[in-house]
Design a protein around this ligand. Structure first.
Ligand SMILES: [Zn+2]
Length: 275
């Protein structure tokens, strides 16, 4: 069984075929999907949970879990009401993670200090609710500024909780991977691992111990190379898992087993938590 550790199942791009899309994932061997609850902003933060509840009682589906969080560029919307909503969502048993939260210096948007403040407010809520975090970190081109700021925040405000988290759609170098591992984070690889120009990322992935790795789609974005430019979906996480298996010279089944174990360990779930 494989787990897609990060998919935006609430995307309007699945409006017409969400149920069939999830069935395809189950048929491809995807036993569980973590649906990311950020929407287009805090007003839509609950949508991932709604989707979990809608589909989790239907047969032939992967088991769905949800997250909730305020994306870095929505940090200006992280007012008291939004943070209260986040807290309420994190209290729900299906909402196992807070995210994706973090720092994005790549796109123009929220000012960096505002992003940092939004991140820290959410770390406090996630810590109180004992939910691991899903981190989005994207520096400007070849800079490491966002990573440096991120680690500073996490070392001060998150490391003491011991709750850990996931570096989602990891795109850093070995130094950032090593610092993430030292913080007790799992490193999640997405479809961009399969892109021809991603050799530096593959070099990093081959050094990340399999017992600290996850795979994800970040669907509907980042379709793996064979389907690049198309709408992505959880079924295609198999291609990233295959790639990671090749990098570690193991079978895809071994990657599936390891990443499933890692997911269960981080979120305190029973090993057979999928469908
Ligand atoms: Zn995402």
């Amino acid at each position: 069984m494989l787990i897609d550790s990060h998919a935006h199942l609430d995307s309007p791009r699945y409006e017409d075929d969400r149920e069939e899309m999830l069935r395809r994932a189950a048929e491809a061997g995807v036993g569980a999907v973590l649906a990311i609850g950020i929407g287009e902003g805090p007003a839509e933060m609950h949508q991932a949970l709604d989707i979990c509840r809608l589909f989790n009682n239907k047969p032939g589906m992967p088991k769905l879990y949800a997250s909730a969080g305020i994306y870095p560029h929505n940090a200006p919307e992280a007012d008291d009401a939004a943070l209260q909503k986040l807290d309420n969502l994190l209290a729900q048993p299906e909402v196992i993670a807070c995210g994706e939260i973090g720092l994005d210096y790549y796109h123009e948007g929220a000012a960096h200090p505002v992003q940092k403040e939004g991140l820290i407010s959410q770390l406090l809520i996630a810590a109180a609710r004992k939910r691991p975090i899903l981190i989005h970190c994207r520096p400007k081109d070849d800079a490491t500024d966002a990573w440096d700021d991120l680690f500073e925040v996490l070392e001060e405000h998150w490391a003491p909780t011991g709750l850990g988290g996931v570096m989602h759609c990891f795109g850093g170098g070995w130094e950032q991977a090593k610092r993430s591992l030292d913080l007790g984070f799992l490193i999640s690889f997405a479809g961009n691992l399969t892109y021809p120009k991603a050799q530096p990322l593959r070099d990093v992935a081959s050094r990340v111990p399999l017992d600290c790795a996850l795979v994800e789609t970040d669907a509907p974005w980042l379709a793996p190379n064979a389907l690049r430019g198309k709408r992505n979906e959880p079924a295609y996480v198999t291609q990233t898992a295959q790639n990671l298996a090749e990098l570690h010279n193991v079978s895809p089944d071994e990657v599936a087993a390891a990443t499933t174990r890692n997911f269960a360990r981080l979120f305190n779930l029973p090993l057979g938590m999928g469908n």
